[in-house]
Design a protein around this ligand. Structure first.
Ligand SMILES: *Cc1c(COP(=O)(O)O)cnc(C)c1O
Length: 379
């Protein structure tokens, strides 16, 4: 099955009860048993729910995995991955990563005795310098948020295999439409399904996808034992979102490219971060591992500071000033005061998240309206 068919049919069966084409929203916490243990595969909805199962099978299909798991948020999915570890274990992580991931690692799991090394991974060889006998996991986010750095998943997977580590990739920005980390050697793919998979800014959800059965078993155990699952209504909405993922992503990419080029030629813009530019430091890697460059763009205007960046995002009309990304509507954000405010200023600025940086999630509206909006806001 090709990707554009998988988004619609991958892992899906018509409902056995009445042949419903869309999976019904099984809004139930429990399931009748004829005799203790005499059930139809479902006992309790923290453990399993038919609507969630349909979604989890879709996740597995679109990422070329075997097993999918849905969680109540992206962070709950990441939390489950770190619970594979024990005190004393070490993780090598991308330094330019989602602020909430950084917060979870440093403010929760460091207290449980897990050690994190945050490093720039644009040069994959550097990763090996941080691997020792306690290292268990490499955590990669690519493209990174918000600096759009690109990390070579295949090269990191080779290091991970050599040292018998797990490699997890946060694939939220790229989506499987553009990048399939399991095919490149990763062990775990993670998503904030809140973003492109859901695609309509109406659900908070997380996903994990793996190929290995033992790893899947352990993660299903953690999912059930820790209980950070999502409900059937949200499962239905994300499953519906995935059905149009391919056509939405196509337009996100087209609009993203047009806006990246518009900004690059704008006299008031200092720098545009978008992996599709030939002068992007890892453009060749992006070309090799991605099927397009997506709709996420960050930029800095010339001579701008905190206040002038705030003014631009406040003046935008079609780009709503909001946290999050990946929905059909365009959003603008100011990482330093919003998504990345939980990272200390000096840590942030080391990776380029300066006070004047603006991040766009380019939606699927008419491109002329979007460019006219940027034009009036940047002035
Ligand atoms: C939003 C996001 C997360 C966290 O997901 P939630 O669904 O908000 O918990 C993790 N990684 C990336 C790249 C994100 O954009």
């Amino acid at each position: 099955m090709k990707f554009n068919t998988k988004t619609i049919h991958g892992g899906q069966k018509h409902d056995p009860a009445y042949g419903a084409v869309m999976p019904p929203i099984y809004q139930t916490s429990t399931y009748a048993q004829t005799t203790p243990g005499g059930h139809k595969g479902f006992e309790y909805s923290r453990t399993h729910n038919p609507t969630r199962k349909a979604l989890e099978d879709s996740f597995a299909s679109i990422e070329n995995g075997k097993f999918g798991l849905a969680f109540g948020s992206g962070l709950a999915a990441i939390d489950a991955v770190i619970k594979l570890l024990k005190p004393g274990d070490e993780v090598v992580s991308t330094n330019d990563l989602y602020g909430g991931t950084y917060r979870l690692f440093t403010k929760i799991f460091e207290d449980f005795g897990i050690k994190f090394h945050f490093i720039g991974m644009e040069n994959a060889d550097k990763v090996e310098d941080y691997v020792n006998e306690n290292t268990k996991l490499i955590w990669v986010e690519t493209p990174t948020n918000p600096m759009m750095n690109i990390i070579d998943i295949k090269a990191i997977a080779a290091i991970s295999k050599k040292h018998n580590l797990l490699l997890a990739v946060d694939n939220t920005f790229a989506t499987p439409y553009l990048q399939r980390p399991l095919d490149l050697g990763a062990d775990i793919v993670m998503h904030s399904a809140t973003k492109y998979l859901g695609g309509h800014s109406d659900v908070v959800m997380g996903a994990l996808i793996v190929k290995d059965e033992k790893l899947a078993e352990r993660l299903y155990f953690i999912q059930n034992a820790s209980g950070a699952v999502c409900g059937p209504q949200d499962s239905f909405l994300v499953l519906r979102g995935i059905k149009t993922l391919h056509i939405r992503m196509q337009r996100h990419c087209e609009n993203g490219e047009a806006i990246a080029k518009y900004l690059k030629n704008h006299p008031k813009i200092e720098k545009v971060y978008w992996p599709g530019f030939e002068d992007h430091p890892n453009h060749e890697v992006a070309k090799a591992q991605m099927d397009g460059f997506g709709g996420m763009i960050s930029f800095v205007t010339k001579g701008s500071d905190y206040d002038s960046a705030i003014k631009i995002v406040e003046n935008l009309k079609f780009f709503t000033l909001a946290e999050s990304l990946g929905g059909v509507e365009s959003l603008a954000g100011h990482p330093a005061s919003m998504t990345h405010a939980s990272i200390p200023k000096e840590e942030r600025e080391k990776t380029g998240v300066v006070d004047s940086l603006i991040r766009l999630s380019v939606g699927i509206e008419d491109i002329n309206d979007l460019i006219a909006d940027l034009e009036q806001a940047i002035g």
